[in-house]
Ligand binder design. Sequence first.
Ligand code: COI
Length: 339
Amino acid sequence: MAKIDWDNLGFNVVETRSMYKARCRQGEPWKSGGLIPYGTIKLSPAAGVLNYGQGCFEGTKAYQTAKDRVVLFRPEMNAKRMVMSTRRLCIPEMNQEFFLQAVEETLKDNIDYVPPYNKGSLYIRPIVWGTSPAIGVRPVEEYTFMVFVSPVGPYFKGGGKPLRLIVSNDYHRAAPKGIGDAKAIGNYSASLYPLTEAKNRGFDEVIYLDAKNEKFVEEVGSANLFALKGNTLITPRLSGSILPGVTRDSIIALAKEKLGLEMLETDVTLTELYDADEVFCTGTAVVVTAVGSITDLDGEHRIADEKMGRLTSKLKEMITGIQHEDIPDEFGWLYPIKE
Ligand code: COI
């Protein structure tokens, strides 16, 4: 194993020992091909995924904990969402046990790539796509499922500094009744151009509005959004074009059940974000990240100074505390890996 600088992990691909592979033909069950060395794969240029975007993925993380063991965080939620995403993309569904077994096998074989306690996590990327050739637009016959992993640190550079976001007026992330609530690869390709434009202008990420009314806030690129005003925490309701995040769901539970906040899943306007005491975004990759300012056509609306707000830090501390077993897992969210 190549030497890894655990103190300077970013959110990048680090090659590891192995990856998991499975195959399936439409109408047949998934068949495991087991673990193979990490590396490039062969693919037809006519593969369904390359031509018509027939692919979806998941993201979950493994942590080295204070109790000196490795745990996953709510991987059953990823398994369920994978079922939902594959169904939407006409990819053969895999049962949740198959998904979890694949994740666990890959993790166990790469367990030495899990960063030491509090130095980061092992990001696990299950991904499934249409492999066989198609020239006409249709679901293909054959599919490949792979799981690869990479040790990661913070998603955003900047040492936890609150994010500078820009509202997209020219682009939508997802259409109503489209595939916005599936973890479809196409949702992420749609975000690349607006993200690149935003980065060129010095912003960290993009806030997308709903495509129908252009009035309600949907997501921040690859993460869900929350805003606190007084004792009320609000987050965009799952309208069909918003990804149902695992971290989003966990933050809602912590806010309601541990912090006694009034928690509303509702339509959220930009004005509510500008008037909020704190705004933050959540996701497996971004964890809980504070939002410092939001720029729209009227200019910059400042929300936080250089520091994370009190509730944002508290929620981050709670969720990462559970993930690293610094505090008890009262919700039964951890999935320990037995070596
Ligand atoms: C995650 O938070 O796991 C995501 O899927 C975001 C990813 C696209 C970086």
